[in-house]
Design a binder for this molecule. Structure first.
Ligand code: CNA
Length: 243
């Protein structure tokens, strides 16, 4: 009798075009809190709910409050990739993984060596002046105080998709194309509660949908294989075999 991890290993060994779709749970083992776990950001007490702080209206009306939360909770620049990030990068290097579609904004997949990463919600590593377009690093934003201002006097905004903002259409198209071509779709570390991102897995046409998550998700019943546990520890058990 095959264990769930053995089934996952066999499916990976039989694949040439894996797509990984992930969320904040992929980075919790790197020390970055997610939104919806018991110790996630939604269960901590702030003057405003995180959904409100991370909305475009809030950013425009109370930028200093936005930046207090953002610097403290979203800019985790000392975090390092964990075994999940590293294994996915190895699968891409071995020619088995086509791309990663992520809701994360932390850049840890790229730090682990992944090349083709569709960042649905942008990245803390890109920041632009809203007036002249000059770009700034995440470290510069972290080191600034109050509302970060450009040399020209404009407010610097991170290229992360806030609530009420549209997702980048080129990024969505790239992610959809890859998901449609996938022979194995591994979904991990996401509550699948945030739309339109969560809806992208509906584009998968294959017959091997794997869900790896600590808690149950609304799509568990639809998956061909469900593993409930820490994704870093689970993917760490996978052996990357050359094609
Ligand atoms: P979420 O709604 O917080 O859900 C995370 C899911 O991951 C939960 O179901 C957890 O049970 C599960 N989980 C937590 N740790 C692990 C683990 N080690 N192994 C397996 N499963 C785990 O986060 P989603 O990504 O689904 O929601 C989308 C939001 C969260 C996006 O807009 C992100 O931008 C946003 N976010 C991103 C980061 C980041 O970039 N690291 C951090 C916090 C929030």
């Amino acid at each position: 009798m095959e264990t769930d991890v053995q089934t996952l290993q066999r499916w990976i060994d039989e694949s040439r075009s894996i797509v990984f779709f992930g969320g904040a749970g992929v980075s919790t083992e790197s020390g970055i809190p997610d939104f919806r776990s018991v110790d996630g950001l939604y269960n901590q007490k702030y003057a405003y709910p995180p959904e409100e702080i991370l909305s475009r209206t809030f950013f425009d009306r109370r930028p200093e409050e936005f930046y207090r939360f953002y610097r403290d909770k979203m800019l985790c620049l000392t975090a390092r990739p964990n075994p999940a990030h590293r294994k996915l990068a190895q699968l891409e290097a071995a020619g088995r993984l086509r791309s990663i579609v992520t809701q994360n904004i932390d850049g840890l997949h790229q730090l682990a060596g992944s090349k083709r990463v569709w960042e649905l919600h942008g990245s803390v590593h890109r920041n632009h002046c809203m007036r002249c377009g000059k770009s700034y690093s995440a470290q510069w934003v972290l080191d600034s105080t109050g509302v970060p201002k450009c040399d020209c006097g404009g407010i610097v905004k991170p290229d992360v998709v806030l609530y009420e903002e549209q997702l980048d259409s080129d990024v969505i198209q790239g992610a959809v194309n890859d998901i449609q071509k996938a022979d194995l779709l591994i979904v991990g570390g996401t509550s699948l509660a945030v739309y339109p991102a969560a809806g992208l897995i509906n584009y998968y046409r294959g017959s091997r949908l794997v869900l790896i998550n600590k808690s149950e998700t609304p799509r568990d019943g639809q998956a061909d294989l469900v593993l409930h546990g820490p994704i870093g520890q689970i993917l760490d058990q996978i052996e990357v075999k050359p094609l």
